[in-house]
Ligand binder design. Structure first.
Ligand SMILES: [Zn+2]
Length: 380
């Protein structure tokens, strides 16, 4: 038996008594479930105590000490594992977990989702994410990533907080006048007290940069990030539209310049318009609902990338959110043949993420060549 497996039955998985001896594990709201025909109080207690902190060998030894049939307990654990109800932490996950009962309680709700991904919890704990812009999207996004277990989160912003920057989960009304970067660090700390908030002197070692200013995609700093090979994701609100994507993996996917060239093809005036859009600092924008929805959608894309669990939907695409419309619009931004970013070459991706091949039926709502005025001015 492997001592590296530490079985975890999430505390939120219900154990429901059914009749005299049977217990249903899970199986509500369409989730996986298993009915154990003969489950006494002793076995129920063993299941409820599966907190991921003891190896399976230790669990069975404790069950034997309590007079239970360890063969039966082992079988039950195997069946729960096969049903997807039991998750296993390994030593690396445990080493990556913050110590102490408060930290364990905070992560109890996050761990189960992370353990079902290839990278496990440790991939998130060792990840480094930079958020450019302590905006009404950037700050709640940084807080969400920290709460989701991302180990180091740094928010860069040289400005001072204005009253309009305050948003749920982000900067607060009391932050007005403070440096935004410090106020954003406090917002992250409120969500996750043990997250490493140290600023990074360079992008070396950064797993992902999130560009949270409205037109950061057209910012000169982007070319530097691209050259350094650091993946980057746009997450912002333009007007009343939340925009998540593209997620750029330099040399593998299309880049922000590819998208810019498509805009230029659609409207020759685009460079002049873009220069005006990026000329000054944009005022705070987006309703609280749009900003938080955009931050959460971006957080899902970042975590999917860091976890290596799936190709994020924002690769070569923008996900556009316009509450109260419940369904996002997806626009594709393929590699532009005149862009020199290298994504048009024959090289194959060297690791995650896997770029999905375009398929018939992909939800291309509006091609990049349609709707000239809207395409060229506000990206929507
Ligand atoms: Zn490109």
């Amino acid at each position: 038996m492997s001592d590296t497996l530490h079985p975890l039955l999430p505390a939120t998985t219900p154990l429901l008594r059914s009749g005299e001896r049977a217990v249903q594990v899970g199986g509500v709201d369409g989730g996986a479930g298993l009915l154990l025909d003969d489950c006494g109080a002793g076995l129920s207690a063993v299941l409820r105590a599966l907190d991921g902190r003891r190896s399976q060998r230790a669990v069975l030894a404790d069950a034997a000490r309590d007079g239970l049939d360890t063969g039966l307990v082992g079988q039950v654990l195997d069946r729960l594992r096969s049903a997807g109800l039991l998750l296993d932490l390994d030593d690396a996950d445990l080493l990556a977990a913050d110590a102490g009962p408060a930290a364990a309680a905070r992560t109890a709700t996050e761990l189960p989702a992370a353990l079902t991904r290839p990278g496990g919890w440790r991939a998130r704990r060792r990840a480094v994410v930079v958020v450019e812009g302590a905006t009404r999207v950037g700050t709640p996004l940084a807080a969400m990533l920290a709460a989701s277990g991302v180990g180091r989160v740094s928010v860069r912003d040289p400005g001072l907080t204005t009253a309009g920057d305050a948003v749920v989960g982000g900067l607060s009304a009391a932050d007005e006048g403070r440096p935004r970067s410090l106020a954003a660090a406090d917002a992250v700390r409120r969500a996750s007290p043990l997250t490493d908030l140290r600023p990074l002197s360079s992008d070396a070692g950064t797993d992902l940069v999130v560009l949270a200013r409205p037109w950061a995609a057209s910012d000169p700093l982007v070319s530097g990030i691209h050259r350094s090979g650091v993946p980057h994701l746009v997450a912002t609100v333009r007007g009343q539209t939340g925009v998540v994507g593209p997620l750029v993996v330099p040399g593998v996917t299309s880049c922000l310049r590819c998208a810019d060239l498509h805009r230029r093809d659609a409207d020759a005036r685009w460079p002049a318009l873009a220069a005006q859009l990026t000329a000054g600092e944009a005022p705070p924008s987006g309703t609280a609902v749009t900003c938080v929805l955009t931050a959460a959608t971006a957080a899902m894309q970042v975590l999917a990338y860091l976890d290596g669990s799936a190709a994020p939907g924002a690769l070569e695409a923008t996900i556009e959110l316009r509450p109260p419309h419940p369904v996002p619009r997806v626009r594709r931004w393929p590699v532009h043949p005149r862009c020199g970013c290298g994504a048009a070459g024959e090289e194959q991706p060297t690791g995650p993420p896997i770029l999905p091949a375009p398929r018939a039926g992909d939800p291309v709502i509006a091609s990049v060549r349609t709707d000239r005025p809207r395409q060229g001015t506000m990206g929507g």
